[in-house]
Write a protein that binds this ligand. Structure first.
Ligand code: NAP
Length: 322
């Protein structure tokens, strides 16, 4: 297999760490993009040693900060020059935490899980476009199943202002919304990037055992739920292996805008109004995603919101003027 250059965000723990082990073990060049160099350095060293691959690099990146993303991408252009695979694995899901904004004044879940990946993709797409088989993967979640209920919607009203009643804030709901917005971005980017040959995918993760470190980020009652879930979830290596197959297998080199399940089947939109039996089957199954993901008005709003929050469209306008 051709050797690839791969960026994996949030790769110091969990699925991202397991994915780094997999890519490094198979001889690819991996750039671990992590927010704490201190915490991540021993992880990098351990992976490099165990895989015998000295092309495992560590770079600083805070996905919740546009300045950090811009600095990372600028340095990446200088230092690495080529890129084949970009895996947006990092995510904010500190369930139970109070409303918080990123340094750019954006609700932290949306900033980290949606706007950040959008900006990073846009700033690296020139390098990806030079690859003969560029692939972008978004880490999705089965939490989006909530949108099978037609009453659920993405809340755009509190992206830059705290809800008047703090009790109506929930990281769980914001996380659910962010993963739906990320799926919408997967579909939209597939169209936007088609001409440059860059393919985009998303994977619906049903669960992976959470590390001790990850468990400590959520509030105690969420931690208890996560500990119970851990008894049933597969280890992170299972999902890491799916990341690897999606990003390297020849089977998908003509596919873009695909949302995969844990069996690597391409999921389809759910049927709406097909009756209660179908609704129950769809809710429990892993074959379909909510039809809401194809809502053109909301998808457009996600796209425009990402452009506006990151000021990416302004940067493009400036480029075309000068
Ligand atoms: N585990 C599950 O059951 C499950 C289910 C569905 C979807 N997923 C998705 O799978 C992906 C990986 O999750 P995981 O289970 O492996 O969790 P994890 O072990 O907590 O890993 C999350 C990683 O993201 C990093 N991260 C968080 N905020 C960041 C930021 N602002 N900048 C850079 N890195 C940041 C964390 O770094 P720090 O160590 O510095 O915090 C950590 O390395 C996520 O996208 C998650 O939404 C997981």
């Amino acid at each position: 297999m051709k050797q690839r250059t791969v960026i994996i965000t949030g790769s110091n723990s969990g699925i991202g760490k397991a994915a780094t082990q997999k890519f490094a073990g198979e001889g690819h060049t991996v750039i671990m993009a992590c927010r704490s160099l201190e915490k991540s350095r021993p992880v990098r060293d351990q992976i490099a040693k165990e895989s015998g691959n000295n092309r495992v690099y560590l770079e600083e990146l805070d996905m919740g900060s546009f300045e950090s993303i811009r600095t990372f991408c600028s340095n990446f252009h200088e230092k690495y020059k080529d890129l084949d695979v970009l895996i947006h694995n990092a995510a904010y899901f500190n369930h139970g935490a109070p409303y918080k904004q990123s340094p750019d004044g954006i609700e932290i879940t949306f900033a980290t899980n949606v706007a950040g990946p959008f900006l990073m993709t846009m700033l690296l797409r020139d390098l990806l476009a030079q690859s003969d088989d560029a692939r972008i993967l978004h880490a999705g979640s089965n939490i989006i199943k909530h949108f099978l209920n037609p009453k659920k919607e993405i809340d755009f009203d509190h992206l830059q202002k705290e809800p008047a009643d703090p009790r109506s804030h929930s990281v769980y709901i914001n996380y659910r919304n962010s993963k739906m917005a990320l799926l919408m971005l997967t579909f939209r980017l597939a169209k936007e990037l088609a001409d440059s040959g860059i393919k985009t995918y998303s994977i619906q993760i049903n669960g992976a055992t959470m590390s001790k470190d990850a468990l400590m980020k959520v509030k105690p009652h969420w931690r208890l739920i996560a500990r119970i879930q851990n008894l049933f979830f597969r280890p992170p290596e299972f999902t890491a292996d799916l990341y690897y197959k999606i990003c390297t297998s020849d089977r998908y080199n003509k596919t873009t805008g695909a949302h995969f399940n844990h069996k690597l089947e391409i999921m389809k939109p759910a049927r709406v109004g097909a009756g209660i039996i179908t609704d129950i089957k769809q809710g429990f199954g892993a074959d379909v995603y909510p039809a809401y993901a194809l809502n053109e008005i909301v998808s457009e709003k996600v796209w425009n919101t990402c452009n506006e929050l990151t000021l990416f469209h302004k940067q493009q306008e400036k480029r075309s003027v000068f």
